[in-house]
Write a protein that binds this ligand. Structure first.
Ligand code: C5P
Length: 219
């Protein structure tokens, strides 16, 4: 009986290690673009979805690299970045040999052209900031051969319409779309409800669930 139990336990563990031998890079969190030494432009992403993907990929046996905007004390490789440019560098330096890349990070589309060296003083009236466009990391890596590339798409209106246009514009294999107009899912919550869209515009709905369970379904 004991050997049977050990055997079946091993069976379950092996069955769950579906990503054994696979290398996967995941980005998580919201990038921060400096205005001056103490102020920055960022967004409401908590990084929970990306972290849940990294944790579950690791549990499933994958060799995980997490590129995040926060430090994650985990048994897998973690590269901490702050800005979109830093994230781009970390992704590109670690791209070689990856089987799959999932870009769950909310990357700032713009950065301040000239970050002030010293804290900006209140001067009264209007303060103008000049923003320049950041590189689109996802779009730029989509032509890399032999990889499954997956992006995320957070929309506050016309979710599926915008997601279908976005997957074609970006050129990724899959896009995970979530509705951020709802308070109960998406940004900064523990739950999500997503649609997985593929290149041929097939859509799979994953009903509301914890980000842990959603991560497993995506993987
Ligand atoms: O902001 P947007 O809706 O374009 O984000 C969709 C996807 O593109 C996300 O996966 C995000 O990580 C990625 N992205 C990126 N570089 C940017 C903006 C977004 O890689 N500058």
């Amino acid at each position: 009986i004991a050997s049977c139990l050990v055997g079946s336990e091993m069976c379950i563990r092996d069955r769950n290690k579906k990503l054994k031998g696979k290398k996967i890079l995941i980005t998580a969190g919201g990038t921060r673009e400096k205005i001056d030494p103490v102020r920055y432009i960022t967004n409401a992403s908590s990084g929970k979805m990306g972290l849940a993907l990294a944790d579950n990929a690791y549990r499933m046996g994958a060799d995980v690299t997490l590129v995040s905007t926060f430090k994650a004390d985990k048994p897998y490789k973690n590269i901490v970045t702050e800005t979109a440019l830093e994230m781009e560098k970390a992704v590109k330096e670690n791209l070689s040999g990856q089987d799959c890349v999932i870009m769950a990070a909310a990357v700032s589309d713009y950065r301040v052209e000239n970050c002030a060296e010293n804290k900006i003083k209140k001067q009264g009236g209007v303060l103008e900031l000049k923003l320049v466009e950041n590189p689109d990391i996802l779009k730029s890596i989509c032509k890399t051969p032999n990889k499954i590339i997956c992006g995320f798409c957070a929309e506050s209106e016309n979710l599926l319409e915008n997601a279908k246009a976005k997957i074609q514009k970006k050129g990724c294999d899959f896009l995970i779309a979530n509705d951020i107009s709802r308070k109960d899912i998406g940004f900064n919550t523990d739950e999500n409800e997503v649609y997985i869209i593929d290149k041929s515009l097939n859509i799979k709905h994953i009903e509301k669930d914890t980000k842990e369970n959603i991560a497993q379904r995506i993987l």
